[in-house]
Design a binder for this molecule. Sequence first.
Ligand SMILES: [Cu+2]
Length: 292
Amino acid sequence: MKFQDITSVLAFAGSALAHGGILSYTIDGKDYISNPYHLSDMTTNGAGDADIPDLTTPSIQRPYYWYPVEDVESSNMTCNYNAISNAPDFHATVPAGGNITAHWTSPEGGIFPYVGLSWRHSHGPMLAYLARCPGDSCANYKPEGAIWFKIAEAGMRPGEKDMTLNSAWWQSEINGYAGYDGEGYHYPAYPEGWSFNLPKRLKKGAYLIRHEIIMTAANPAQFYPNCAQLMVTGEGDKLPAAEVLVAFPGAYKASDPGIVIADWAMGWQPAEPRYNTSDYKMPGPKLWTGGN
Ligand SMILES: [Cu+2]
């Protein structure tokens, strides 16, 4: 079996099984546990002694479900299943310009141990948006309407010319996609995650941060939005103008070129020649750089 054949099989299995979300955040040097739904899925499927998060631990994260959103018009595009944090007033404090790192995991699907494994998808972008919460807190706030602005995105890696390859994507490289050494797949135990800094001059206040992975090796594409609560400090004075704000749902169409890149999907290689390109069009609005 050639390497390409092996990765094709893995991509196929992964598309069906390997869902997930953000397992933890590191924000301004401090770790925050996530808030996943459906731990019963994990225990009934035999998570055993795996290190399952304790959902009574206060989390900055809005709860999420392992399974993807597959309809860009779904209200679950906003913040996954749109529940309220188990600690509504809990925000991660971070100065404007401070660092945000998100660690993804794929704990579902019969691959053991569940917790602490790396993300299992590879193709497609990672994006991050902010929405300002009203008043001084995101507690119980339901984000609706055109309030989101994009602050970070990561698609294909520089120099990559074939978007059908796992290794062409930051999603794969950053999150520790499996390496195959001839005997088996080796997943890093705790990938370093996706890291970026907030805009340096972002106005202080309470924000929801919405990270998103889009898995494009399927049609429909799979969306994995995760939201968490931030309290931004500092003396920044910048916010984007209303015309660059987008809504979720609403920011994407299923037919957007960066979302449907699709028939080669599920690993049926060789891909059509049109996918041998570095020309990937990132979905959503332009990055907002006014706060830098
Ligand atoms: Cu999946």
